[in-house]
Design a protein around this ligand. Structure first.
Ligand SMILES: Cc1cc2nc3c(=O)[nH]c(=O)nc-3n(C[C@H](O)[C@H](O)[C@H](O)COP(=O)(O)O)c2cc1C
Length: 316
């Protein structure tokens, strides 16, 4: 997740709670100049992801840009690259990228034809939504994807027009996930171990589950699923402090790190019994002192919940 599951997050998360089976790097947009920028390399540099199974993700609609980037990633040591066909952000779809491609088969098909007409040493997976604005669109998309040797298809069963709202359209996922000859993964609204068990129970042939916001809210989610312990308050505290230190170092500014930490706390608070008035103070913090005071008050006055609450909201 852009801005959230960065190298700082991956390192601190894996150290405190044990590594996820794999981490997908927030998308990188390759340009026509065949070279990753310094900024992109700060996420992609294998030395910064060492010991972790990390999969980079590309956001592009040009086969030639995908081509050089996929080769460069293989040369960096990565074994899989993921193509983002899900991002619903206005600035992304306006450029016919991410889920913008889902309503433009005249761009999507040549993109996939171009990508898969080349020999690749790196495995290529796709992350997709069900379509642009109508679930029936998935039939044509599924037929299209089936024509290519994907390493994996990860489906977030919402439409572009759903953004991140409303229930995931699990009935559409259920009707389709067994149709493919390649492995299929599910992504969407998993926040508790119960959700993981229910999803695996309902879709038993899944090859993987991808969890976004739920893992930020409950960084011990996978450990609990693997019969380990729930996160303690001391661990969550350690986690948030190390993230803050890591972002302060990465940005060279504690004040900028506070902004980033507010994005993280938006999700993390779902694992705490924090009253809205304390949460509000945190989101209003204007400097490092106010931030640290607000966090201290949260820890003093909150309990850790056994599972993260579903439903994301910022206290008004
Ligand atoms: C702030 C934010 C940033 C995201 N960035 C990415 C991204 O870079 N690549 C991607 O595939 N999905 C991205 N997503 C989507 C999530 O990966 C995921 O598909 C979505 O949040 C639904 O799954 P979840 O309920 O497990 O979070 C992002 C979502 C959010 C809220």
């Amino acid at each position: 997740m852009e801005g959230l599951t960065t190298r700082v997050f991956r390192k601190v998360h894996s150290e405190i709670f044990g590594p996820a089976d794999s981490y997908y790097i927030p998308f990188v947009t390759p340009t026509s100049e065949p070279k990753f920028t310094e900024r992109q390399m700060r996420e992609l540099n294998p030395a910064l992801n060492s010991g972790l199974n990390v999969i980079p993700q590309l956001l592009t609609n040009k086969p030639q840009d995908f081509e050089w980037a996929a080769k460069a990633l293989y040369d960096l040591g990565y074994s899989e690259v993921n193509l983002n066909l899900g991002c619903p952000a206005g600035t992304v779809v306006a450029k016919c990228k991410g889920s913008g491609l889902l309503r433009n088969f005249d761009v999507l098909r040549p993109l996939l034809d171009g990508i898969f007409s080349q020999e690749h040493q790196i495995k290529i997976s796709i992350k997709t939504r069900l379509g642009w604005s109508n679930p029936e669109e998935f039939e044509d998309l599924a037929n299209l994807y089936s024509q290519y040797p994907l390493a994996k298809l990860i489906i977030h069963p919402r439409l572009k027009t759903d953004q991140y709202k409303g229930d995931c359209r699990k009935e559409i996922f259920e009707a389709n996930f067994n149709k493919f000859s390649f492995p299929v993964g599910y992504n969407g609204d998993i926040v508790s171990t119960k959700d993981i068990h229910e999803t695996l129970g309902r879709f038993p042939t899944l090859s993987m589950l991808m969890v976004g916001r739920g893992l930020v809210a409950d960084p011990a989610l996978f450990r609990k699923f693997n019969r380990g312990s729930a996160a303690s308050k001391a661990e969550i505290r350690d986690f948030s402090e190390k993230l803050f230190t890591g972002y302060t170092e990465a940005f060279g500014s504690a004040k900028n790190a506070v902004m980033r930490m507010k994005e993280y706390w938006f999700f993390q608070l779902n694992l705490l019994s924090t009253e809205d008035k304390l949460a509000k103070k945190l989101f209003k913090a204007k400097d490092v002192q106010q931030y640290e005071d607000a966090v201290e008050a949260i820890y003093e006055n909150s309990d850790i919940l056994p599972e993260a609450r579903f439903g994301w909201h910022k206290p008004l």
